[in-house]
Write a protein that binds this ligand. Structure first.
Ligand code: ADP
Ligand code: MG
Length: 256
């Protein structure tokens, strides 16, 4: 059996407000394998962020099931880390205090954990910036610091909601490749929401295409690039790259 970490089955979800009901998701089913890098693309407002909020447990599905499978039977749900479009670093804390924030809040500031975080800080080239304020760092470095802060709590699943979309194009290319490499080498399972089809093809092992709201799964496309073992940047030069891009493009334009 394949090593599944998470599965969604027939998920439906609506928002209720004074202006009535907005049906966001309709019968969403998919699973995610342990260590997989999955991307989700779909029209704006179709319900992508809603899916991540449901997986994170911030919202409850109206119907359907979300099941987690962990190695440890005691442990009901794997740890989940959430990274959003804006890095949400606190300006009044230096980088050190920002990356340690999760440990501090969760009362896990043990010497071992601190040391692990500092090792990541060093690996990811952030040591020279430890005592700087977020505003003194480039967008890419801030995103790295945000990732270290998320990884500090050692989540098994990372939810990435358009984490690169606030960066300029050039920075975005290198930062997304960089962050993807870090997540892969840490062996994490990742679900990336993006509206950038090239980003989805270059980073993910599989792409799920959603329909217009209420979202349903329109297509699931496994990505096999001959240059995948190289960096995600190099994989953009793989001969199949544009075929995958066009395939996703057709699925999406078909929607609008
Ligand atoms: P996406 O991330 O794909 O852009 P979302 O999951 O954020 O879409 O939202 C899906 C739909 O639900 C959108 O039409 C949005 O306007 C609506 N929506 C999102 N959050 C709320 C909310 N808290 N109350 C009412 N409607 C919401
Ligand atoms: Mg969104």
């Amino acid at each position: 059996m394949e090593d599944i970490i998470l599965s969604l089955k027939n998920i439906a979800f609506s928002y209720h407000s004074l202006n009535g009901e907005i049906k966001a998701l309709n019968n969403i089913s998919f699973s995610v394998k342990t260590g997989e890098f999955l991307a989700i693309v779909g029209p704006s407002g179709c319900g992508k962020s809603t899916i991540l909020s449901l997986i994170a447990g911030l919202l409850q599905p109206e119907s359907g099931d979300i099941t987690f499978y962990t190695k440890d039977p005691q442990d009901k749900k794997p740890g989940i880390g959430y990274m959003l479009q804006h890095d949400h670093l606190f300006e009044w804390r230096d980088i050190y205090k920002n990356v340690m924030l999760g440990l501090e809040i969760n009362k896990q500031m043990t010497p071992e954990k601190k040391e692990k975080v500092l090792a990541m800080v060093d690996d990811y080239g952030l040591t020279p910036f430890l005592h700087k304020k977020p505003s003194e760092l480039s967008g890419g470095l801030k995103q790295r610091a945000a990732l270290v802060r998320t990884l500090a709590l050692e989540p098994e699943i990372l939810l990435l909601d358009e984490p690169f979309s606030a960066l300029d194009y050039q920075t975005r290319l290198t930062v997304s490749a960089d962050i993807c490499r870090i997540i892969r080498s840490a062996g994490k399972t990742a679900i990336l929401i993006t509206h950038d089809l090239s980003e989805a093809v270059s980073l993910a092992e599989r792409v799920i295409v959603l329909s217009n709201r209420p979202a349903r799964v329109k297509a699931e496309i496994p990505i096999h690039l001959t240059l995948k073992d190289d960096s995600p940047l190099a994989s953009r030069n793989a001969p199949e790259f544009k075929d995958y891009f066009n395939l996703l493009w057709e699925e999406l334009t078909d929607e609008s």
